[in-house]
Design a protein around this ligand. Structure first.
Ligand code: SF4
Length: 77
């Protein structure tokens, strides 16, 4: 699961880095690299498998419920 999240996050960050909405392309007082559309911190949001880009540049991979089920299964091992 960790390897999948890392891979997905890297792929999403590559898209965000090219996007006009990444905070590094704007003036911002926030120290974290974030999306100026949704306001989310990208290091966290890109790791969230049930999250999606607000302008559809990348999509969610599962619902919140599916994520919770997988997490419970892993934590229960
Ligand atoms: S989440 Fe979407 S809109 Fe925001 S910076 Fe990334 S690609 Fe751009």
């Amino acid at each position: 699961m960790k390897a999948l999240i890392t891979k997905v996050s890297e792929e999403r960050m590559a898209i965000c880095n090219e996007c006009e909405n990444i905070s590094t392309k704007h003036r911002s007082i926030r120290p974290d690299v974030h999306c100026i559309d949704c306001g989310c911190t990208l290091s966290a949001k890109t790791k969230c498998l049930s999250c999606a880009c607000p302008i559809n540049k990348w999509k969610e991979m599962m619902t919140d419920e599916q994520y919770d089920e997988i997490k419970q299964a892993i934590d229960g091992e």
